[in-house]
Design a protein around this ligand. Structure first.
Ligand SMILES: [Ca+2]
Length: 121
């Protein structure tokens, strides 16, 4: 994912690139919260359906079951924040190689938060 924001292609992200990455993540946070209707901190099948339908996707009920199964790491039939980003990114980039499925969003979020602390603290 760093690659997506590494416009100068140096293998690292500079301050400006970090800014777009940070915005990307906070945008997703807003999206996630607005679709988490019951404020449970996770997205269930109906919430996912509402989200993806509003993004313009018409998917079968069976496909939502598959998505939930694929992105539900808690085994509770719901999708957490980082898995929700992954799920949407995967759907939006059907042509992107399988490898994106294994992008460590959680690790990325951790490093972004850690860098933000360093910069502000
Ligand atoms: Ca929810």
């Amino acid at each position: 994912m760093i690659v997506m924001f590494d416009r100068s292609q140096t293998g690292t992200i500079n301050f400006q690139e970090f800014g777009s990455l940070w915005k990307y993540i906070t945008d997703w946070q807003g999206t996630f919260r607005s679709y988490d209707r019951d404020n449970s901190g996770s997205i269930d099948k109906n919430e996912l359906k509402t989200a993806l339908t509003s993004f313009g996707y018409r998917l079968s009920d069976r496909f939502y079951d598959i998505l939930i199964r694929k992105f539900d790491r808690s085994g509770r039939g719901t999708v957490a924040f980082d898995d929700f980003i992954q799920c949407c990114v995967v759907i939006q980039n059907k042509h992107v190689e399988e490898s994106i499925l294994f992008v460590d969003v959680k690790g990325l979020l951790r490093s972004v938060v850690a860098s933000a602390h360093i910069m502000t603290g």
